[in-house]
Design a protein around this ligand. Structure first.
Ligand SMILES: [Zn+2]
Length: 370
C-alpha cells in the first residue's frame, strides 16, 4: 500500500486540538481560512477521521467563570458543527466515530482540558459527560483542586488530591478517559495507581529528547504502556526540540508580554508594532520538522512498541507549528515518514488512530463493569 492509500484506509485521529477556543474568539471559522491550523475542510483534506476538540479553561479563572467558559466553548463547538451537516458531527462513542467514517464524515469529540469547570462537584462532571466530553485533562499550567501541575510552582498535593481520587473513580465509572498531559510526575503516578482503566497522555512528547516538564520520562512511558496506556505525541516545537526551546525561550517571555498588551489595545499602533516585531523574531527561529517529530514517535516505540503511541497535535493551541506540518492538511507527511522508516502498515494504522480507539474502547468497556 502506498502512504497515500494507507492514510486513507487508516482511522486517523488527533487527540488534542484547541480549536474551540479559536471558534469562540470569533476566528473566521465557517469558511476556509489561513488563520487556524484546523477547520472542517482542513480536517477532510488532512484525511482526519476524528479530532478531539479541547474545552480549555485557564487556571487563572475563578471556578464560576471557568464553568461558564467551558459551557460557552461547548456551545460554540456545537454551533459550528451543526452548521456543517454531512461533513462533521459530534461523536460520543468509538462506534459512532467508526460509523461516521463509513459515511465519509469527520467525528468531532469533546475533551476537557483542566478540571476547573467541574469545581468540586461530581454532578457537574457527569453533566459535562452527558454533553459529550470524553476525556478530562486533570489540570493545566497550575495546580487545582484535583492535582498538581507539572508547571505548578510548588506542590500543593504531591500528586492527586483526595477529591482528585474521587474524580478518577467517577471518570472510570462514566467511561471518560483520564488524560495525564500537563500534570506533575507525582500526579501521573497517582493516576496510574488509582485508575482502573488505561490512561492517556493526549498531547505530550518524550523528555529524553527534549527535557521539558510537559514531556514524559522513559520510565513514565514504560509504566503508562504497562497498564495499556498511550502517549500521543505533541507537535509543539518547544516540546520536540531542546535546541529550538533554547532559542525560543530567549524571546517567549517578551512575546507573551507584548501579546497581552496588544490584545488589550488592538487599536494602539505602538502595541501592534511591538507585538508583530517580536512575533516575527519568534517565527524566524528555525523549527524542527516532520523528521524531528517522528523521532519522538520512534523513541516511544523503541521503549514500548508501536501499539502505545499516537498523535495529539495541539493545533490551534500552539502558536508555532513544526516545519512541514503547518496545519492539519499536512498530516499525511507523518504517514510518509513512518513508511520511509520501515514501519509496517498495521503499526502505522495504530499510531494514526487505531491505538487510541483501542484505549477508548477499553475505557468504555471497563465503565460497564463498575
Ligand atoms: Zn495543553
Amino acid at each position: 500500500m502506498t502512504a497515500q492509500e494507507l492514510h486513507k484506509k487508516a482511522f486517523v485521529l488527533d487527540s488534542h486540538c484547541d480549536t474551540p477556543s479559536r471558534i469562540w474568539e470569533g476566528y473566521p471559522y465557517t469558511e476556509r481560512n489561513t488563520t487556524n491550523h484546523i477547520d472542517f475542510d482542513k480536517l477532510v483534506e488532512g484525511g482526519v477521521d476524528a479530532a478531539f476538540f479541547a474545552i480549555y479553561t485557564s487556571n487563572a479563572l475563578e471556578p464560576d467563570a471557568a464553568t461558564r467558559k467551558a459551557l460557552q466553548l461547548i456551545a460554540a463547538t456545537y454551533d459550528a458543527v451543526y452548521m456543517h451537516p454531512g461533513k462533521v458531527a459530534i461523536a460520543r462513542t468509538v462506534q459512532e466515530a467508526r460509523e461516521l467514517k463509513e459515511r465519509g464524515m469527520v467525528a468531532i469529540f469533546l475533551g476537557m482540558e483542566n478540571g476547573l469547570p467541574i469545581q468540586k462537584d461530581l454532578s457537574l462532571l457527569r453533566l459535562f459527560y452527558r454533553m459529550g466530553v470524553r476525556y478530562l485533562t486533570l489540570t493545566h499550567s497550575r495546580n487545582n483542586d484535583i492535582c498538581d501541575s507539572c508547571t505548578g510552582k510548588t506542590p500543593t498535593w504531591h500528586g492527586v488530591s483526595p477529591f482528585g481520587v474521587e474524580v478518577i473513580k467517577e471518570l472510570n465509572r462514566l467511561g471518560m478517559m483520564v488524560d495525564v498531559s500537563h500534570i506533575s510526575d507525582e500526579s501521573f503516578y497517582d493516576c496510574l495507581k488509582y485508575s482502573k482503566a488505561p490512561i492517556v497522555a493526549t498531547h505530550s512528547c518524550c523528555r529524553a529528547l527534549a527535557n521539558r516538564p510537559r514531556n514524559l520520562t522513559d520510565q513514565m512511558i514504560k509504566d503508562l504502556a504497562a497498564k495499556d496506556g498511550i502517549i500521543q505525541i505533541n507537535f509543539y516545537p518547544a516540546f520536540i526540540s531542546e535546541k529550538y526551546y533554547e532559542e525560543f525561550s530567549k524571546v517567549s517571555d517578551e512575546f507573551e508580554e507584548k501579546e497581552t498588551v496588544f490584545k488589550a489595545n488592538t487599536q494602539d499602533p505602538k502595541a501592534r508594532k511591538e507585538f508583530f516585531d517580536v512575533r516575527d523574531r519568534l517565527f524566524a527561529i528555525p523549527r524542527p520538522g516532520v523528521k524531528e517529530l517522528v523521532d519522538h514517535i520512534d523513541h516511544a516505540v523503541s521503549l514500548v512498541g508501536a501499539e502505545h503511541v499516537g498523535l495529539g497535535s495541539d493545533y490551534d493551541g500552539i502558536e508555532i507549528p513544526p516545519a512541514g506540518l503547518e496545519d492539519v492538511t499536512k498530516l499525511p507527511a507523518i504517514t510518509e515518514e513512518l513508511k520511509r522508516r520501515g514501519y509496517s502498515d498495521s503499526a502505522i494504522m495504530g499510531i494514526l488512530g487505531g491505538n487510541f480507539l483501542r484505549l477508548f474502547s477499553q475505557v468504555e468497556q471497563i465503565s460497564h463493569t463498575l
